[in-house]
Design a protein around this ligand. Sequence first.
Ligand code: URA
Length: 282
Amino acid sequence: MAGVLDPQLKRALAERVRYYNELGIYDFYRREPAIADPSTRRDAELYESPSIQPEQRDLMTPRSKAAIAVPVEENIFEVAIPNAESGVADPVQALRLIREDLGDCTRCRLSKQGRKQIVFGVGNPNADLMFIGEAPGADEDQQGEPFVGRAGQLLNNMIKAMGLRREDVYIANIIKCRPPGNRTPERDECETCSPFLMRQIAAIKPKAIVALGAVAAKTLLAINAPMSEFRGRWFDFRGTELAVTYHPAFLLRDPRQKKETWKDLQMVMKELGLTIPAKGVD
Ligand code: URA
């Protein structure tokens, strides 16, 4: 099959290439074929397929970890546009490039709805621990730094209770602009903005992430679940451990939940190898 293209597909591809060329795009990259994992259902189907040679099938014994390379269906004209910080190992420089790329962002409606400034993120670019909240509030919008208001004071106490300083961790939000009236961010706002957060996470490479509150948890994990299902366990977030705890603003309204929050933070401290003091969150 290799090298033989259906004429109709060939025409469609040629048209697509012309279209991209008109946009000024000339370089196309093909992704490496994915490696099939014999433990997945799709590979189990492949295992049964008559097109698989007996010797390949031997390699695919479902219980074994062995895998064979199979090309997966893909859009071969997908254009890989590298991020500005691609290949930059220094997190300080990578974060600077991400910030530059963000610019004076007008990618979503929040840029026209009264935001004073973009709240990028703050802290140690080499942090082992990252806290991710929902969105800047009025104080953050004013000062250009996440978690500097009352909720921020409580987050500082949480960090201190863990035996850390605010400067040791990195703090960011799902979205970088204040929604009017501190309303919950809309889904499209999260979708537009969160790729920059993903790039910040990739640059910092923390050992653990703590999502503060349900909006952060739901957006990062793409799971619609109540807090009770998020808390008290680890999630794999693109290869990084992610835990969820209550948002400090919620704790200001219901301080009884600080005890529960302390349990979550202790789980995080254990993961990071931090000494657990007896005292909890004030
Ligand atoms: N609440 C958040 O989620 N983030 C902030 O930066 C401040 C308050």
